[in-house]
Design a protein around this ligand. Sequence first.
Ligand code: ARG
Length: 437
Amino acid sequence: MAKKLWGGRFKKEIDIDFFEFQKSIQYDYRLALYDVTHSQIHILALKDAGILTPKEEKKLHFALQEIYTEIKENKFKPNLQSEDIHTEIQNRVEKKVGKLADKLHTLRSRNDQIAFDEKFYCRKQSLEIEKLILEVIKSFLELSRRYIGFSIVGYTHTQRAQKVDFKDYLGSFVCIFERDRKRCDDFSNKIVASLGSGAFKGTILTKHYDNALQGIIKKLALDETIKLQTVENPLEHVSDRDFIVEFLSILSILQMHLSRFAEDMILFSTQEFNFVDLPEEFCTGSSLMPHKKNPDFLELVRGYTGRIYGNLMALLTIMKGLPLTYNRDMQLDKEPLFSSVDIIKDELKILARFIKGIKLNEKVIEKALEDESLYTVDLAEYLVKEKKIPFAQAHEIIGKVIRYAEDNKCKIKDMEDSLLNTFSAHLNHKIIKEIFG
Ligand code: ARG
């Protein structure tokens, strides 16, 4: 077990099973970069508040910078015997600068650190997800350009409805994913990380610290992914996980859209529809049935919806009824958050390439477009526009024509004028041919 950040008041050693049960290093090591950033800003504020000398600040700065570089270069291997990432960074600094590291923990609590780390993480991830959504949108546009002027069968209730431009079908996904992109954009713009709340109410040093921090925020050339302010209300700061609930909600809506697109493609690629040919490199076969080409990517996207919604539900449930302020329950926010972010990013990355590989089975679609029922609205509207018949009456007339064709297993196109006239004096073979193409 690595050195802990607490222990003075305890007589007994922590139970080893309980230690394992409560530690979070095995997943919160992923916040290392954000946690070091917290420390880097923190020491500047401590210096300007007169708590660290410039020399001490410099020493700590170099130690933190070394750790920062290690993380950036993917060389950071956390000690899994540490309680959490905050303890791990503190211990590493101590190894580098000795007892001076104790000063790093002035006006400091992990409750404050974790709130900062997670806000910073969410903002960065939201920006990255936004970029990935943009790539997906570009792929939809590219696919659309490949099939300019091509129409497909449109559905409501999964029943044939009307002929629709493929460009408009894909355009609907462009609009949908653009909304998701905008939601990420709005979210990342409003996330502002803070530091200096201490455990939950600041300390007598807070005033000096906040003043110092105000000046630092103005001067600091911060990474574009981080926005910073002093803590408005420290109790609220350590209690708040709304931003994660909101981020997981945004990701859930995005996932719902991904699963709807996946379902359309699964359906359209069945032998029954056979409208699209899916890119083989994103499908797998069967170990038993040699002919199979299964849409696994799409099925997994559809399936992961359970995980993404579950992660949101998990956090909502963890936060429900929690007394103010920080409670250890909140440590359990990380796995759902990381899980949703990882899944969504993987899905979007693959989807952008998947879409580009989609091919339409044009012949099959053209054959399906011969279905006369797809043009009944056009026929009714001909009566409305050219013959000034009220739409409801036109709807009734065409409904009867369809019914007759169905009952007699004939095509409307093949009906004689004398038959058509029994439904309406305004209908004739020539008009039908013109509208049905
Ligand atoms: N690992 C904790 C979390 O993720 C950090 C805060 C712990 N605070 C404490 N007093 N034990 O929420």
